[in-house]
Structure formats: structure tokens, C-alpha cells
Design a protein around this ligand. Sequence first.
Ligand SMILES: Cc1ncc(C[n+]2csc(CCOP(=O)(O)OP(=O)(O)O)c2C)c(N)n1
Ligand SMILES: [Mg+2]
Length: 303
Amino acid sequence: MVFESESEYETEPDDDTRRLLLRHMLVSRGIDEEAHQLQKQGALDLWPSCRGQEAAQVGSALAAGPESTVFPSYREHAVALMRGVTPVELFAQWAGRTYCGWDPHRMRFLPYTLVLAAQTLHAVGYSVGQRLQGREDLVVVYVGDGATSEGDMSEAMNLAAVESASVLFVCQNNGWAISKPAAEQMRTSVAERARGFGIESAWVQGRDPETVFSACSRAVAHVREERAPFLVEIQVGRINGHSTSDAQEVYRSRDDITRTRAADPVAAYAAQLSDTGVVDTAWLDSVNAELRVLREQLIKEYA
Ligand SMILES: Cc1ncc(C[n+]2csc(CCOP(=O)(O)OP(=O)(O)O)c2C)c(N)n1
Ligand SMILES: [Mg+2]
């Protein structure tokens, strides 16, 4: 299944949902910018930016809902914030203070996993284990395009298919594994690969949060109704380098970087909702005020 526009879905978000999507995207963007600044000042050791991937993260997290259990990779900051992880908790790991700044059990948002794709097996194992205990919570696991080359991902997909585990795989394909282009790592899409394992899948463009939200809502319904896994591959743009330690200008063309910046999902969605009257200046001001408080807390704690 390839879905490129929201009109292909029956589940269209209402205006409250639209505002929620934009609010979370704006907050995530502001926190990401603060992380960059603090890292440049030496307050954080490292930061893997999610700039450009906000629509994918917010749309998928909203569709999965607060009752799901989420196994993230290491770039899902928008998802973390939506789960209730505070920005101060989120930064603790990147400031080298702790292995994980939040309570993974209470948040049902597991620690970031830097060993690529290891979390895919954790997620499937967790899902199989909870079924043995009579529970059937939705499990969501995030993975990058490069991480899908790891054997763990193939094992996890096969196990999920064989066990018919209630797992939603969300692959954010940002086109890069640090400096390795996705095109040099795979001959088919990740969505197509999932079907080879017997997992239903969809591919969506990740610039528009409504498209992502609708696709993921359908995927979640599939997992719940069929008690079977589903994989959504979301094509996103990585605006910044892999992390603050990476100079993407070395291996990426200026045109490519410029194009990706121009396709910024946050700016596009903010403009769309303003133009259609879904949000007004007062609403945007209130989100900015909220963000200012969060950024001031971060500066107080880390700068
Ligand atoms: C098992 C393992 N091998 C190599 C690395 C080094 N490494 C860290 S991030 C990364 C690229 C991952 O790319 P992708 O999965 O596409 O995620 P993205 O960073 O683009 O979100 C690599 C190779 C690692 N962390 N773990
Ligand atoms: Mg990648």
C-alpha cells in the first residue's frame, strides 16, 4: 500500500486534532533548537536532532495513543515529549548525567537504544511476553532506515509475524545512516521487505502530519483488530546532520540540504493551519509562551 495524501484515508483529523498535531510539532522544534544551542555551549555532550521528522513522530505518536508501550531508538524526542517526558528529563542522558532521565515503566516509554535495532527484538519479546500474561497492549517500536540492515530487525520482523505479535513497527526513513545513503543499503522499500516476512505494511510521505496520523491510525486498528504486526515506513527529511558531531556538508550536496530545509514540515503545517483559520496569532502566541517557559527551565538546569 502506498498512501501519498490524506484524502486516501477515511480517518480525517478534526480541527482539535490538527491543533494538537501542530502544537506538539512546534514544542518539539523549540526543544530541539534549545538542545542545539546548549550543545554548542558545551552543556550537552551530543544531540541527535529530530528536525524535519516532527510530522512523522507526532502523527504516529498521536495515532498510537497514550496507552501504547513505546520502544524508541534515540531520535524520537517529539514522541518522548508527547508521552510526558519533560525536556529536563529528556536532556539528562545527553548531558551525560544518567543512562535514562525518565521512569520507563511509568511513562511506558522505554530508554533510548543506541545499539541499532536492538529495540526491535525487545519490543517483540515484550509483546509476546505480555500475551503470555493475558495482556494485549499495543507495542510501538521506532527504527531508522539504516538500522533495518541489522540482523536484529530481520529477526524481530520474522518473530513478530510468526507469533502474530501486536507490534506496530514505525520506520522513519530519513534517507541516511549517518553518511550512508539509504539507496546504498536496500534494493526495496522497508515496507516491501516487511511483506516478505508476512507483515502488512504501508509507505507514507512524512511531511504532512495528517497523512501520517491517518496512516498510523489505520495501522493501529489493524494491529488491534487482527492481533498481528504492521509496519509503517515514513519517508522523512533529515534537516540537520546525524548529530551535533556530524558535518553533513562533507557528504551531502548543498542542493539536497537546501531542498530538505525548504520542505520543512513544521513551517508548512503552521502556514497551512494559519491560512485555513484553524489557528490564529493568539493561539500561536500561547504555544510560544509555553515553549519559552520550557526553554528557560532547560537553561536554568543545564547552561
Ligand atoms: C549495532 C550498531 N552499529 C553501528 C552503530 C553506529 N551508528 C550509530 S547511528 C548509525 C546510523 C543509523 O541510521 P538510521 O538507522 O537510519 O537512524 P538515523 O540516525 O538516521 O535516525 C550508526 C551506523 C550503532 N550505534 N549500533
Ligand atoms: Mg536514517
